[in-house]
Write a protein that binds this ligand. Structure first.
Ligand code: LLP
Length: 425
């Protein structure tokens, strides 16, 4: 019986070699996904920059991969910035982003001489302007706008009402920006928006870009010549077998044509386009391997198949009702009569269902379960709930496999524990 192969590797052999639960990441798939975006932009002939959104999955090895592929990096915290710097990521290709950045983080961004900073609020614009005077380095500043378009998985809404903690509300932009020169210490070069995540339809992106182009024009009248437009991330990926696929070529073709037409209509120079995809690049490049333990049939209800991980390594089903597909890695060929509908549950002390209904061949203790498309927002959102150590991350490249994050140990869990004096002796 053949085993499940991921990126040319036998996943059962990986589980044996590195133990479970295990995040497995394929550099080849990351490369394929990243180059598909690069190629689509390159074909369109426009000036562009792709900032990988580190929040989806970041560690020093990932920084190296992103750099090797020629992408820039979007970071949203001092921790992500520190990781990038420790990995030797070129500072000029780092965009420091984030909601409610602390003064220390902003200083860190100036001191590390990042290429770009995205200002998320009027308060941040003033803060950046005040602090900028202390530093010689002048990062490019983009201003994040909340454009009043919300895109959900399969639909979008355009609302005049903006209810978002991110960015500056569209209708406040004119007064916040004032006349060019208001933020005299800053080199403001562009605008930013991000309308959501896991989007399959390109219409919301087009509507957002039209809103942003009109705003660029409005600001031009105030003396601002902003030449960069960052449209954020959000390209969807299929999690289940029948899910739609985001057509990156069609999206970029449509977007470029649309922006060309609209810029001409508005007599605007075609801006440099930036995007910030995270999930699209890393999501399909990762799977998680678990070992099955207890298999429990609840009469007339369902069969629970428990694995040795759960909401600690993948909180997305618990947080968002996210759906995943899985296979039994050591049972890839089986007869239909061996199939059963089961619920995959985690090992945490709550109902941490990973997949509520999935058809699998008969599951037994010791089987290896591979949950697919777990590259994005799994490792990066993992926790130590129930004092469960975080899994290791192994990277595949060609026929090589190597650890890029070690499995946490019980001692790691104690690393930051301190006893008060009255219990110390
Ligand atoms: N840019 C900005 C400003 C963002 O807020 C995000 C995601 C991205 C780019 C990247 O979006 P992507 O291409 O990965 O969809 N934890 C949630 C997703 C949160 C996304 C937050 N922002 C999840 O697990 O689905």
């Amino acid at each position: 019986m053949s085993n499940y192969i991921f990126s040319n590797h036998d996943t059962v052999a990986l589980a044996k070699k590195y133990d479970t639960p295990l995040y497995v990441i394929s550099e080849d798939i990351i490369e394929k996904n990243a180059t598909s975006i690069q190629r689509a932009f390159a074909r369109s002939g426009v000036d562009y920059e792709i900032n990988y959104a580190g929040k989806a999955f970041l560690n020093t090895a990932m920084c190296k991969i992103i750099h090797r592929l020629g992408l820039s990096l979007d970071v949203v915290s001092g921790g992500e910035l520190y990781t990038a710097m420790q990995a030797g990521f070129p500072r000029e290709k780092i965009c420091f982003h984030g909601s409610n950045k602390s003064i220390e983080e902003i200083r860190m961004a100036f001191e590390t001489k990042v290429g770009k900073i995205v200002a998320d609020s009027e308060y941040e614009l003033h803060l950046l302007n005040d602090l900028a005077g202390e530093y010689e380095h002048k990062p490019e500043i983009l201003v994040r706008v909340s454009p009043g378009i919300e895109a959900h998985t399969h639909e979008y809404v355009q609302t005049g009402r903006i209810d978002s903690k991110f960015g500056i509300p569209l209708r406040n932009m004119e007064s916040v920006m004032g006349e060019a020169g208001k933020y005299d210490k800053l080199s403001i070069v562009g605008l930013h928006c991000h309308i959501g995540s896991q989007i399959f339809d390109d219409r919301p992106f087009l509507i957002a870009s039209e809103t942003m182009l009109k705003l660029l024009k409005q600001l031009e009248e105030k003396g601002y010549y902003l030449e960069q437009l960052n449209l954020g991330g959000g390209f969807g990926i299929p999690y289940l077998k029948d899910d739609a696929v985001f057509d990156i070529d069609a999206y970029i073709d449509d977007l470029v044509t649309f922006i060309r037409t609209k810029s001409e209509e508005l007599s605007l120079k075609f801006p440099k386009l930036l995007v910030e995809p995270g999930r699209y690049i890393i999501g399909p490049a990762g799977i998680t391997l678990y070992e099955i333990g207890t298999v429990k049939e609840v009469p007339h209800t369902r069969k629970y198949v428990s694995v040795d991980g759960g909401m600690t390594d993948n909180p997305r089903p618990a947080l968002y009702n996210a759906l995943y597909h899985a296979v039994i890695a050591n049972k890839t060929s089986f007869e239909e009569e061996e199939e059963e509908l089961v619920t995959i549950s985690g090992r945490c002390c709550e109902t941490d269902t990973l997949i509520s209904d999935v058809v699998l061949p008969r599951c037994e203790a010791g089987d290896i379960l591979a949950v697919l498309n777990t590259g994005a927002y799994n490792y990066s959102m993992a926790s130590n709930y129930n004092r469960i150590p975080r899994p290791a991350v192994v990277l595949l490249k060609g026929d090589q496999d190597q650890l890029i994050v070690e499995r946490e140990t019980y001692d790691d869990l104690l690393l930051k524990d301190r006893l008060p004096d009255w219990y110390a002796s």
